[in-house]
Ligand binder design. Structure first.
Ligand SMILES: *Cc1c(COP(=O)(O)O)cnc(C)c1O
Length: 447
């Protein structure tokens, strides 16, 4: 497996190097140069397999020669030890619930796999690493859980102490062992700035700091698997399917683009966004303008004004976008618009969709999932296309109780993973959000 940088100015690398490095030296994002192709027989042969086995089949082809098969099979069966329900809404609509992992967010799928792959390669070289991550809620808890208890890897999570919910905080502070939680006296942007400064600090180079953030190719590749899974469970080759994906940084959607390029017959990818509509505008006009600062919407994990994976999407369609968001070369817009439709959904529409879905189908969804569903409904209304569609629910409704109660009158029952956290002891340190204090903490903690 060879990976290239979307800026086209760095050497090609193998998977292990791309995984450990994260960002390419030319500040581009890594993408596989070639992908395996799955034949009709291969797809059909997965029909009766479990999720972890399908993950093994898909990933072992993508990572051929990069990891031994026994280790990969063991990892997929360890990390995917929870259900992936395909809930039927009507004859042409299913909801794929990606909310059954330890932090009840779809980010568990990628973070857990990436953590184990990193550990696999670090052990081979007898090296260790420190993951430093700033979070406004969801990513930090998924990453902290994913690395929890692993050898050779320490995790430090910074969060703004007044900006995360009790439930979000507890998911980060009840772990301990190799995970340290820092409640920062500041805002999310302050946390992120401290982390960036630490990465750029030569005096901390020896600590082997890494970010594990959403631009890492190790986060993207596991996100191809559930598209194979939904397809083989619901369809028979060569029937076509539609996926509807609520999007922010567009990592989830890139997983779908790669699955399509590996042979899954995907007719259309619907990548709906909230009121941060820079991508729908780009697809329509070919002109790209970031939204700074991003707009605050109910689906807060999708409040992204400049999606980090857009450079990858543009690269797959033959264009180039640099790390600042300038489009250096336009992609094939016709092909892009043929494969992908991105619409913007307002907060009002998001609330109305949660309410309508509950009333019509007695199904409870949360704001992110609702954006995906609204995008699908609009698409069907406009085109009359009744191809079977799977829409993704990316978080558990109990993570957004206020919005769900307002729309439906019902308080969603938390899954066991969220309940377990309630009673656990919290471990955290409070820190001022200034760099000198933070650096001192890192040196004392890690040297
Ligand atoms: C991160 C996140 C998203 C957006 O996913 P991207 O890959 O960034 O597009 C959607 N829903 C939830 C609940 C999330 O946490």
């Amino acid at each position: 497996m060879k990976l290239y940088s979307t800026n086209l100015k760095a050497d090609e690398v193998n998977f292990k190097t791309a995984l450990i490095k994260g960002l390419a030296p030319d500040k581009g994002l890594y993408l596989p140069k070639e992908l395996p192709h799955f034949s009709e027989e291969e797809l059909n042969s997965m029909k009766n397999e479990t999720y972890p086995e399908i993950a093994f089949r898909v990933l072992s082809r993508i990572l051929e020669g990069e990891i031994d098969e026994d280790s990969l099979r063991e990892i997929t069966h360890d990390v995917y030890n929870y259900d992936v329900p395909l809930e039927k809404v009507d004859d042409i609509t299913y909801i794929m619930r990606l909310d059954q992992g330890p932090t009840a967010s779809f980010k568990d799928f990628a973070a857990r796999m990436m953590a184990r792959l990193m550990q696999y390669y670090l052990k081979q070289e007898d090296k260790s690493m420190v993951i430093l991550t700033a979070t406004s809620g969801d990513t930090g808890s998924a990453v902290a859980h994913a690395f929890y208890g692993l050898d050779n890897i320490k995790v430090i999570v910074l969060f703004p102490k007044d900006e995360v919910s009790d439930r979000q905080r507890k998911q980060m502070t009840t772990l301990d062992r190799n995970v340290s939680a820092l409640a920062m006296d500041g805002k999310f942007d302050d946390c992120q700035a401290l982390v960036k400064q630490a990465f750029a600090d030569d005096e901390l180079k020896h600590l082997n700091l890494s970010s594990a953030n959403s631009i890492n190719i190790g986060r993207l590749i596991p996100q191809t698997v559930y598209y194979f899974y939904a397809y083989v469970k619901l369809m028979k080759y060569p029937e076509e399917i539609i996926f509807s994906i609520p999007s922010g940084n567009f990592g989830n959607m890139m997983g779908c683009v790669l699955a399509k390029n590996m042979g899954v017959p995907i007719k259309k990818i619907l990548a709906s966004v909230n009121e941060n509509d820079e991508v729908p505008i780009f697809l329509k006009t070919g002109k790209y303008t970031k939204i700074e600062p991003s707009r605050n919407c109910l689906s807060n994990a999708m409040n992204v004004g400049h999606p980090s994976n857009l450079a990858r999407l543009i690269a797959v369609y033959g264009g180039v976008m640099d790390e600042k968001g300038n489009v250096i070369k336009l992609p094939d817009m016709e092909k892009l618009n043929n494969d992908i439709l991105s619409v913007s959904v307002t907060d009002g529409e998001t609330k109305a969709t949660i309410k309508k879905f509950f009333e019509d189908y007695n199904i409870c969804i949360e704001p992110h999932g609702a954006v995906g569903i609204k995008g699908l409904m609009d698409y069907r209304e406009k085109t009359g296309d009744n191809t079977l569609a799977v829409t993704l629910e990316t978080a558990h409704p109990a993570k957004f109780p206020a919005e769900v109660i307002t729309a439906t009158g019902v308080d969603p029952e938390p899954p066991q993973s969220l309940k377990d956290v309630e009673a656990k002891e919290e471990f955290m340190e409070q820190l001022n959000a200034d760099y000198a204090t933070f650096k001192k903490y890192l040196k004392e903690k890690l040297e």
